[in-house]
Write a protein that binds this ligand. Structure first.
Ligand code: HEC
Length: 139
């Protein structure tokens, strides 16, 4: 009787470990983000900062705030990307690059779901536009 119980205990432990290993190693399917709906009423300041100097600032800000999720060159493969429920698309995607500057500004400043809103972290209009200008270079 005792022997049977310990055998049962061991087989249950083995089964549990196998389930745990499976759950942690098999990646969960990430859903694709739906197209962004930018409210027609959304107004951004003018992008008066375009140019190499702004892109340079954007690069530094990107390394600090964005790279962990969006990856080194914006391909959506940063170290945190795999833990997101939503698949992070590449900034190289022509559909992404075809958007207006103001729409990209909205995505960064207002965000949605797992894309954090950066309105409180980036108070300066110049910094916000520097990021827009920088992601434009990642095509
Ligand atoms: C914690 C992870 C995380 C960080 C940090 C992060 N993002 Fe994102 N970002 C996401 C996710 C996830 C999405 C997709 C969200 C969706 O589709 O709902 C996204 C979407 C976007 C989009 C919209 C384009 C698209 O393909 O959906 C832009 C633009 C963007 N991020 C820029 C930035 C910038 C610039 C920074 C840094 C200031 C940044 N992100 C920081 C996770 C992150």
């Amino acid at each position: 009787m005792k022997k049977n119980l310990s055998r049962l205990f061991w087989s249950m432990s083995v089964a549990f470990c196998m389930i745990a290993i499976f759950a942690f190693t098999v990646p969960q399917d990430q859903k694709a983000g739906a197209p962004w709906k930018i409210p027609a009423t959304f107004k951004a300041s003018a992008n008066t900062f375009k140019g190499a100097a702004s892109e340079k600032v954007g690069k530094l800000l990107y390394a600090k705030h964005c790279k962990s999720c969006h990856g080194n060159i914006g391909e959506g493969d940063g170290p945190k990307a795999s833990s997101m429920k939503t698949k992070i698309e590449s900034f190289k995607d022509p559909k992404f690059q075809a958007q207006a500057d103001k729409d990209i500004y909205y995505q960064i400043v207002v965000g949605r779901d797992e894309m954090p809103a950066f309105d409180k972290k980036l108070l300066d209009e110049e910094d916000r536009w520097a990021l827009v200008n920088y992601v434009r270079t990642l095509k």
